[in-house]
Design a protein around this ligand. Structure first.
Ligand code: TRP
Length: 449
């Protein structure tokens, strides 16, 4: 139960690790399709508000607990609680986080597997000469093929868990630091391409013209859940990374940098994808296939388009790789503190998550008609409930812990910022972020029931 001695090599390394966790499918795949299903600008506006009012304060709270405790999440929580005369049961937040990421990683791996398939397809020139309708059709054909979908899911789990087994600092970060700027560059290129299409102005208007009339409790709940998902908070995954944060570094500065980049990547992806959607007359609310259908339509017939498209899916797979390594961390940390070796923990989790991913993988083929709740498939449920309910719930408990349970000076020290900033954080977290999450969660439960 002693403190960890390792630190990320530098401040920059810590920011890179957080960015690796934050930027992933959430920004490039989930953000556009959720925006499409939730009325465009209404969702975008709420998402930005939630990132600012909830995301930033809760992200600081989560990381500072890890940094102050310098232990795995459950140990850090119980240590800091006991230290201030509270029950060690606060560590159950860590257990809930581990359960939440278990479900999230299970579909995350399946969808990352789709990117693998698309990378190979693009590089093989499979999309060349296809009409938009054929490209749309080929996505559905692929999803209906359980063998291919499960094969790619397996491949992705193997890649993720082998890095997890090796532990942080295995060199993947370095590769990623090198490659991620290329992904951002490519997104700029895609936006540039979008600007040449007929749908560009419609896309901008649809994304940025305020449309409060489209807001209802579902849109609010979805936007809140997405803010947590995209910032990688609410499940103690960043808490685990916080334990290794260098001693002299301002947490608010680091968090703000990561959140800005995270929003930027989502916006670029949204603008590029919706330009294509509107120039092709597609439905913005076409669901999880949105990115996989629009990008090949745009790129396949351009000169060198296959290479661009293949490169895009390769970089996307890299981005999701570092996110899924972060998703696995709360589970590994938990099993490690229960006394298991890292390799064994990684193996057990890998097998468990792989199995849990199977019903998602089959939700578009043999299990397409299995709709356990309100006509939703297993995939629909596993992509919404853990994110929309359990991440905010975990986040609010972490925020309560950091602002009401932990020793105040200890929290401020771990924030590593000026007293004014620390006081500001404390006030916003206590009186804005915490009540806001509770109100949204309760009103949506009320609405469901
Ligand atoms: N933020 C990542 C994305 O946008 C997903 C993710 C990584 C995550 N780590 C997490 C979500 C921890 C919740 C909790 O793709």
């Amino acid at each position: 139960m002693s403190e960890v001695a390792e630190r990320w090599g530098s401040r920059r390394a810590f920011i890179m690790a957080m960015t690796g966790a934050a930027v992933g499918l959430g920004n490039i795949w989930r953000f556009p399709y959720m925006t499409g299903e939730n009325g465009g600008s209404a969702f975008l506006m709420l998402y930005v508000i939630f990132v600012l009012l909830l995301g930033l304060p809760v992200m600081m709270a989560e990381i500072l607990v890890g940094r102050a405790g310098r232990r795995t999440p459950m140990q850090a929580l119980s240590h800091l609680a006991l230290e201030n005369g509270h029950s060690r049961h606060w560590r159950l937040i860590g257990l809930m986080g581990a359960a939440t990421v278990f479900f999230i990683l299970s579909f995350y791996s399946v969808v990352s597997g789709w990117s693998f398939e698309y990378m190979f397809d693009a590089l093989g020139g499979n999309f060349t000469g296809m009409s938009p309708a054929e490209i749309g059709g080929s996505f559905n054909t692929f999803l209906a093929d359980p063998f291919k979908v499960i094969f790619n899911h397996t491949l992705f789990m193997l890649l993720t868990m082998s890095v997890v087994a090796a532990g942080i600092g295995s060199g993947l970060e370095k590769l990623n630091n090198l490659l991620m700027p290329l992904l951002y560059l490519l997104l700029f290129v895609l936006v540039g391409y979008g600007a040449t299409t007929s749908g560009f102005t419609t896309a901008l208007a649809w994304l940025f013209t305020p449309n409060p009339a489209a807001i209802d409790i579902t849109v609010v709940l979805n936007a809140m859940g997405h803010a947590f998902f995209t910032l990688a908070i609410g499940a103690c995954a960043l808490m685990a990374y916080g334990a290794y944060m260098p001693d002299r570094q301002s947490l608010p500065t680091a968090v703000i940098a990561v959140a800005c980049l995270d929003i930027l990547v989502a916006l670029l992806s949204g603008i590029a994808i919706f330009s294509i959607v509107f120039s092709q007359g597609m439905d913005p609310a076409s669901g999880p296939g949105l990115m996989f259908v629009t990008l090949p339509i745009a790129l396949a017939d351009l000169p060198g388009g296959n290479i661009w498209l293949g490169g895009f899916f390769l970089l996307l797979a890299m981005a999701t790789w570092t996110s899924s390594i972060n998703l696995a961390e709360p589970m590994v940390a938990m099993l490690q503190s229960a006394g298991l070796k890292r390799g064994v923990a990684a193996l057990l989790i890998g097998v468990g998550v792989w199995l849990m991913g199977l019903p998602s993988a089959l939700s578009f083929s043999s299990l397409a008609d299995w709709t356990p709740l309100e006509g939703k498939t297993f995939f629909d449920l596993v992509t919404s409930i853990p994110t929309d309910i359990f991440l905010p719930l975990g986040g609010v408990l972490i925020a309560i812990f950091a602002t009401w349970i932990m020793d105040r000076q200890r929290a401020f020290d771990a924030l590593g910022a000026s007293t004014t900033l620390c006081r500001g954080w404390l006030w916003v977290t206590r009186w804005i972020s915490i009540p806001l999450v509770i109100i949204v969660l309760i009103s949506s439960l009320w609405h469901q029931g």
